[in-house]
Design a protein around this ligand. Structure first.
Ligand code: SAH
Length: 267
């Protein structure tokens, strides 16, 4: 496949603004981002070039984006070259992740906190919450893959973004882990279906899905969420309590927070 590479310099104040910018370019067909280089299949570029340029020009006004040009990649076998120059991410337990455009290379605080506690729980609790696991907003599939590697009997991973679904399937296969990966905005409510729900998503999405999370947990099941800051914790804890979920613990890594809840009664 032939590729074009777009060169864009960005200087956003917040990390999440760059994430949103990158995600929009992915929605326009960019399939790999490497620093200031945005790679897009040439046939997609031919269709979407106007939209992409317009989107970037909108940001140029506030100085956060600078368009540096676009060119056709000389190498037809570009994907293989890229992958040889950017080896897969090597994570604990021998887990390997190719991130492409999906979020979840494993190093971001919001992801690595979840990984740390998955590893600790697998040791200390003898897999009591590892029976049926749901990873809501799976991205690269990283958390789902860890849960499976750590002994979960069955893991369901869902994502709203089709590229993430494809990437999670690819990474599950790369790691030889069998995971049910679904393209869905949410899991359909399955009462008492999951012993552990993992959700590393934006605060507002977590709030929106709190009733579904609570209904879908088994009694004794746990909900672990991350992807937010200290100031978001009270409202999340309150929403969880309103849905019968007891606050078990708060963890921190830099400015990021992770919350753990337990379901003690059936609701
Ligand atoms: N679980 C990974 C990725 C987290 S990024 C990790 O921990 O690193 C959050 C992911 O949630 C993105 O891939 C995004 O596409 C997905 N997402 C956002 N809203 C969603 C929704 N309503 N339902 C399912 N997935 C959603």
């Amino acid at each position: 496949m032939r590729y074009h590479v777009i060169h864009i310099k960005t200087s956003f104040k917040e990390e999440w603004q760059k994430d949103v910018f990158d995600q929009t370019l992915c929605n326009y067909g960019v399939d790999t981002i490497d620093g200031e280089n945005y790679y897009i299949p040439s046939e997609v570029w031919a269709i979407n070039s106007q939209r992409i340029m317009y989107f970037c020009v909108m940001h140029e006004d506030d100085g956060s984006v600078h368009w540096e040009g676009v060119e056709e990649c000389p190498d037809e076998n570009w994907n293989a070259v890229w992958e040889s120059e950017h080896p897969v991410q090597e994570l604990p337990l021998g887990i390997r992740i190719i991130p492409h455009c999906a979020f979840g290379a494993g190093y971001h605080e919001t992801t690595s906190m979840m990984i740390d506690y998955l590893q600790q729980s697998a040791v200390s609790r003898q897999h009591s919450v590892f029976r049926k696991v749901l990873d809501h907003g799976t991205g690269t599939g990283v958390l789902a893959i860890f849960a499976k590697r750590l002994g979960a009997e069955h893991v369901v991973a869902v994502d709203i973004d089709e590229k993430s679904v494809a990437n999670a399937k690819e990474n599950a296969a790369l790691n030889g882990e069998e995971i049910e990966v679904l393209h869905a905005s949410a899991f359909s409510r399955q009462p008492s279906a999951f012993s552990l729900i993992l959700a590393n998503i934006h605060r507002n999405i977590l709030l929106e899905y709190m009733p579904s999370y609570a209904a879908s947990l088994t009694t004794g099941g746990e909900l672990w969420m991350s992807g937010f800051y200290e100031e978001d914790c009270p409202v999340l804890i309150e929403a969880a309590a309103a849905n019968g979920l007891r606050h078990l613990a708060t963890h921190a890594k830099n400015e990021w927070r992770m919350l753990m809840f337990g379901k003690t009664i059936n609701n």
